[in-house]
Design a protein around this ligand. Structure first.
Ligand code: GUN
Length: 284
């Protein structure tokens, strides 16, 4: 039976470290890291995420600036707000919650955020920096996954790593971070010919597709490390990941649960990125 990787605990320890470092930064420089979060529209899930981010900021001693805009906000208005936040010295990190309403071009918004304040690491400059391994920020979810792997004492070097999903937010950067740590990485997607065979090869399997219980026990190698980034509802409306946890756990060496695995890490890493952004400003 697999050992459970407890994302809540690991996230709490990252957040506590950020709190202490932020306190130290304030004492030394007077700078309090500040995160601006923009939400356009009233998507219920996004509202919850934004609320959680605010709470985490306050607990870590960071300033939080919320900008809740109506769904009809024009792209121009949003870009003007971002431009003001780019210039605001109290704001070190800017996060615009995705998805945006259909009339707004997501790429234009991501590219408007100053790369120095881009705590999501979605800007092409930061994406490029990650590719060459010379980065200031890592995208929160893949960075959180790496933190979980490290917390279990698992070394990536030389391991076969399979990432299921190739999104810009998780799959692609995830594969790059595993590669940086010398994993042999395979990225699977909807056109992959034999997903089960690719998954069965993996010493470390990361599922990030958004399909409830897609990864079944027959797709997992005995003793694999299984990381579940999915956040879905099953047929009964219960929260579940991309992995069929009940049947996969007995085969894995380590596994993350949903909820309580990768989810809490995303916000913890956002706090860390906001602290990093403030330190960049202070040139520390
Ligand atoms: N929507 C879902 N996940 C994310 C994220 O990590 N960052 C932003 N900005 N929006 C999201």
């Amino acid at each position: 039976m697999a050992i459970l990787i407890n994302g809540k605990e690991v996230a709490a320890s990252v957040r506590e470290k950020v709190r202490l470092e932020a306190l130290d930064l304030k004492e030394k420089t007077g700078i309090v890291p500040g995160l601006a979060v923009i939400l356009v529209g009233d998507d219920p899930a996004s509202k919850i995420y934004v609320g959680n981010k605010k709470k985490a900021c306050l607990e870590a001693g960071l300033n939080s600036f919320e900008h809740i805009l109506p769904a009809e906000t024009s792209q121009q208005e949003l870009l003007e707000l971002i431009s003001r936040l780019n210039e605001d010295p109290a704001v070190h990190g800017i996060l615009c919650q995705l998805p945006l309403p259909k009339h707004i071009d997501e790429r234009a918004v991501i590219e408007a955020i100053s790369p120095r304040k881009d705590v999501d690491a979605f800007h092409p400059v930061n994406v490029g920096k990650i590719m060459i391994g010379n980065f200031d920020f890592l995208p929160c979810t893949p960075a959180g996954v790496m933190e979980l792997i490290h917390s279990a004492g698992v070394s990536v070097s030389g391991k076969k790593c399979t990432v299921v999903g190739r999104s810009n937010i998780v799959g692609k950067p995830m594969s790059m971070l595993l590669l940086h740590e010398n994993g042999t990485v395979t990225v699977c997607h909807s056109k992959t010919k034999d997903l089960a065979a690719e998954c069965r090869e993996a010493d470390i399997l990361v599922a990030a597709v958004g399909k409830a219980k897609l990864i079944t026990a027959d797709m997992v190698k005995e003793g694999a490390v299984v990381i579940d980034v999915g956040m879905n509802r099953d047929a009964n409306g219960k929260l579940c990941g991309d992995v069929d946890f009940e049947n996969v756990a007995p085969k894995a060496s380590y596994i993350t649960p949903v909820p309580g695995g990768v989810g809490p890490m995303t916000i913890a890493m956002l706090m860390r990125n906001t602290l990093t952004a403030a330190k960049l400003t202070a040139k520390l």
